[in-house]
Design a protein around this ligand. Sequence first.
Ligand code: CP
Length: 320
Amino acid sequence: MVSEDLMKGFSWPRKDMISTENLTRAEIDRIFAMADVFRESLKNDKTKLPYLKGKVVVSLFFEPSTRTRTAFEMAAHKLGADVISVASNISSSVKGETLKDTARNIEALMADMIIVRHSSSGAAKYLADRVKIPVINAGDGAHAHPTQALLDAFTMRQKFGGDFRGKKITILGDILFSRVARSNIYLLKTLGASVTLVGPSTLVPKEFEKLGVRICYNLAEAVSDADVVMLLRIQHERQSATHFPSISEYANVFGLGIDRENLLKEGAFIMHPGPINRGVELDTPLADSPRSVILNQVTNGVAVRMAVMNLCMHHTQKNS
Ligand code: CP
């Protein structure tokens, strides 16, 4: 059982979790420290923890999800909350209800927290500014996916023994349309890691250099000194134009197949937020190899989301 002292003597400054852009190092460390405790508790103790007992969490997903939705709902259950899932295809949004009205009605129903995924960048912030209850962004368009980046960094931290200084992370693939890439860049820079982006020039614009990252268009060069290679899926659903000639040509030039494992440094590990397009950005022998921590990322996602939900909920209790 987690100590009741977990929340004592600490004030969490955020009602919502919208982006990693402005998270401070102290806030990130606080999330990780709490996630460490929850991770141990999930390993050792199958009972529910009491932190959100009596609370109702509404999960509002306007885009498909396997990992994020399940992990948030599992995290809420583990903290003792009740969860109500609103599937977008049967919500009143199909009858033309606005996002703002949907959220304010959920608040009027006395829900205590909203988890939202939406195809529009900015949707989570828009909601958070219009309701008093905490809003957690589960991915908004190409903008942000803060809990994905937090669980990614939490997984790296386990591998690095806690210290990101001098660590090199290469993010490979569809950077332009990736909320995961943006959220990871902000977080990893705050933690002190070096970030390289690689992929076709149409999907890795030079403008990203402004975020303090290295841009590279050569796969071998980009991964040769990386401690971590993070693969990203090509996000066809957000693309209105063709950014490379064909999927097979993308895979030929930028796919990480087993024949390219020799490009990786010894001990380098492979991450992917999922869902994986096997045979496109990553081949099965590597995805399922000892280098892969992809399923560790998924498991860590529950503990990290428990920490984020617990902290944001306690902000509200202190300030409402
Ligand atoms: N990583 C991620 O967001 O996966 P889902 O789309 O399955 O939630």
